[in-house]
Design a protein around this ligand. Structure first.
Ligand code: ADP
Ligand code: ZN
Length: 222
């Protein structure tokens, strides 16, 4: 199954993609995570990309398409994948179509998370991320179990360099001007699904947690 999570920065694409990884056992392909890994490794590509990312701009299409082309060739993508943060321009979407056609694959679904800009700004202001696994938390809406520590790897959480008020404005502008037109592209392909992305994850998470706790108690009492 070949999926894509789509939406504005901070709409929750990465968080939802991680749920889908667990559910379907296929890899999450996040261009943002791959670029941040290249920056951490100080590769030439990473250093070039950093200049765009720090300002909230888009990394040039040719760089991004090159990264995706290499990544989709890997063996773990054979059973399917979840694209996260790619494509972000029409040119990238067209390149993806070409790549998929060449390898006889097709995109099954685009899951688009619809979140109003005001909420995006709030979400990004409180976002904390794990530098190791890329998991994303929020100081109010999606707290880690121990403050500022990743639930999965125990690493200290950080604030991403591009998660500041100025940069967010640019990123939202880029989303509306360059990425949102892809909605029509994928609607025409018949794979587009819109989801309300504005619900609080915390509420859902605590419900699941409560259900689990009740179940454990119930089993113990038997
Ligand atoms: P968010 O969804 O919060 O913006 P990402 O991790 O997806 O975060 O992206 C971070 C940054 O990486 C973007 O602002 C952009 O500079 C760069 N980037 C990621 N994916 C792409 C892409 N497909 N095309 C161009 N730039 C990208
Ligand atoms: Zn982690």
């Amino acid at each position: 199954m070949n999926l894509m999570v789509f939406g504005a920065p901070g709409a929750g694409k990465g968080t939802q993609a991680k749920f889908l990884v667990e559910k379907y056992g296929i890899p999450q392909i996040s261009t943002g995570d791959m670029l941040r890994a290249a920056i951490a490794e100080k590769t030439d590509m990473g250093m070039e990309a950093k200049q765009y990312m720090d300002k909230g701009g888009l990394v040039p299409d040719s760089t991004i398409i090159g990264i995706i082309k290499d990544r989709l060739k890997k063996e773990d993508c054979e059973k399917g994948f979840i694209l996260d943060g790619f494509p972000r321009t029409l040119k990238q979407a067209e390149a993806l179509e070409e790549l998929m056609n060449q390898s006889g694959k097709k995109l099954d679904k685009v899951l688009s998370f619809d979140v109003p800009d005001e909420l995006i700004i709030q979400r990004i202001a409180g976002r904390r991320v794990c530098p190791k696994c890329g998991a994303s938390y929020h100081t109010e809406f999606n707290c880690s179990q121990v403050e500022n520590i990743c639930d999965c790897c125990n690493d200290a959480l950080i604030i991403r360099k591009d998660d500041n008020a100025d940069t967010v404005k640019n990123r939202l502008e880029n989303y509306h001007n360059q990425t949102a037109p892809l909605i029509d592209f994928y609607k025409k392909m018949g794979v587009f699904t819109q989801i309300d992305g504005s619900q609080k994850l915390m509420v859902r998470k605590s419900l699941i947690w409560l259900q689990k706790r009740c179940l454990v108690r119930y089993k113990k009492s038997l």
